[in-house]
Design a protein around this ligand. Structure first.
Ligand code: HEM
Length: 127
């Protein structure tokens, strides 16, 4: 008897919908577009793999790419408090758009907020 995970609750289709809604917003966000490639196809694919495992599904990201080491993989990008807030705002809106119920959405957002804060590697005042 495995515990029911957030991934079980959402299902693959909703998780993919969430990631697609999220990157649609990222690509329209002035704070974030400069950091991301123009073509987000591969970024979307990797994030679907990652969030599947992050929310308790199969370890799809690790199977293909190895240990996530997320902070290290974000070091090439200047991630400030402002960028993290912009990332989280896109995610909050995508969670609502996807129609995920409030208590599940809040549990997901809490975990994502924690990880987003951990990604901050630069201060806003340096140029
Ligand atoms: C990759 C930005 C937070 C998961 C990336 C990339 C950028 C980025 C620019 C590279 C995209 C590419 O070249 O394809 C940010 C910013 C964040 C943030 C500004 C704000 C705090 C997060 C969080 C997670 C996450 C919270 C997970 C919960 C990933 C994953 C990748 C990625 C899985 C792909 C890594 C790979 O190349 O294998 N992110 N990110 N990111 N990000 Fe973030």
């Amino acid at each position: 008897n495995q515990p029911v995970t957030i991934f079980d609750h959402l299902g693959e289709e909703n998780l993919h919908k969430l990631v697609d809604q999220f990157y649609d917003r990222v690509s329209a966000d002035d704070e974030l577009t400069e950091l991301f490639p123009d073509d987000l196809t591969e970024t979307r694919r990797k994030q679907k793999q990652f969030l599947t495992q992050f929310f308790g599904g199969q370890p799809l990201y690790t199977e293909e790419h190895g240990h996530p080491m997320l902070r290290a993989r974000h070091m090439p990008f200047k991630i400030t408090e402002t960028k993290a807030q912009a990332w989280l705002a896109c995610m909050a809106a995508a969670l609502v758009d996807t129609g995920i119920e409030k208590n599940v959405r809040e549990a997901m957002f809490d975990r994502l907020s924690h990880t987003a804060k951990h990604m901050i590697n630069s201060t806003d005042d340096e140029t």
